[in-house]
Design a binder for this molecule. Structure first.
Ligand SMILES: [Zn+2]
Length: 226
C-alpha cells in the first residue's frame, strides 16, 4: 500500500478533502456531492439536513482520547451516565473510553467519507445537539428526520449506509453516523490492525501500553470495518 493511502486511513493526510462553509464540514468532494444530494432530498420533505461532525484529524482524535484518559473530559457508561475514570483499572479505562470514542487512527471520521447528521426543522437555534439515541427516537427533536432517513437508506442505489446501526457489544449504536459507501468500503477493506499499531507506537497516546497490549481485541470489537 502506498504511504499516502495509509496516511489517509489514519487521518494524517487531508489533501483530498474540501470544505463546505455553508454546511460547516470537511469531506472528500465525492462524499460532499452525495451529501448535498441527500440534503436536497430531505428538503423535499421539509427537513433540513445538517452536519454535526465530518472529517476529524488524527491530532484531534488524539486530543479527545488523551483528555478522556486524563479525566479532563467526561467518560460515559453505556447508559450515558458519567464514570469516575480514576477508580478504574487501566484496562477498564481503555474499554470505557472506546464505548463512545474511537482510538486515534481508528476513527471512520479520518476518511472524509463519514459524517454525523441531524435534521434541524423545528429545533430552537440555541439547542445543543447531543447525538444521543433519545434525540432520534419518538418524542425526540430529530425523530421525524430519522424516520425519513430510515426510509431513504432503504432505497435502491442510495450511496450511504449506517456502519454503527446496531450495538454489537463494542461501539454504541449511532444511527446518525453515515458512511459514503463508494469510498468508505475501499478504506474499510484495506485497513488493518498492523497499520494502526505502527502509528500508535509512535504517537504520544495516553494508556498506550494497555492499548497496544489489547490491540487485537480492540480492533475486532471496536473498529468497524464494514
Ligand atoms: Zn460519527
Amino acid at each position: 500500500m502506498i504511504d499516502q493511502t495509509k496516511r489517509q486511513l489514519l487521518g494524517l493526510d487531508e489533501n483530498l478533502l474540501v470544505n463546505d462553509p455553508e454546511l460547516n464540514c470537511r469531506l472528500h468532494p465525492e462524499t460532499l456531492a452525495a451529501v448535498l444530494d441527500l440534503r436536497a432530498r430531505a428538503a423535499n420533505f421539509g427537513l433540513d439536513l445538517r452536519i454535526a461532525s465530518s472529517f476529524r484529524s488524527f491530532e484531534r482524535q488524539l486530543l479527545i482520547w488523551n483528555n478522556k484518559a486524563l479525566g479532563l473530559r467526561p467518560v460515559l457508561d453505556s447508559s450515558g451516565a458519567p464514570l469516575d475514570i480514576h477508580c478504574l483499572t487501566e484496562r477498564d479505562k481503555v474499554f470505557a473510553i472506546l464505548r463512545w470514542s474511537a482510538l486515534p487512527g481508528a476513527s471512520r471520521h479520518h476518511w472524509g467519507t463519514d459524517l454525523d447528521v441531524y435534521g434541524a426543522v423545528n429545533v430552537n437555534p440555541d439547542y445543543q445537539v447531543q447525538l444521543t439515541l433519545a434525540e432520534t427516537q419518538e418524542g425526540g427533536p430529530f425523530a421525524d428526520f430519522h424516520r425519513w432517513l430510515d426510509t431513504e437508506l432503504q432505497q435502491r442505489g442510495t450511496p450511504f449506509y449506517r456502519p454503527y446501526a446496531q450495538d454489537c457489544g463494542g461501539i454504541a449504536p449511532e444511527p446518525w453516523h453515515l458512511s459514503y459507501a463508494p469510498l468508505a468500503k475501499n478504506y474499510a477493506q484495506i485497513f488493518t490492525c498492523d497499520i494502526l499499531r505502527e502509528q500508535l507506537e509512535l504517537a504520544p497516546l495516553q494508556l498506550k501500553e494497555t492499548v497496544l497490549a489489547h490491540l487485537d481485541e480492540i480492533f475486532q470489537r471496536f473498529i468497524c470495518v464494514n
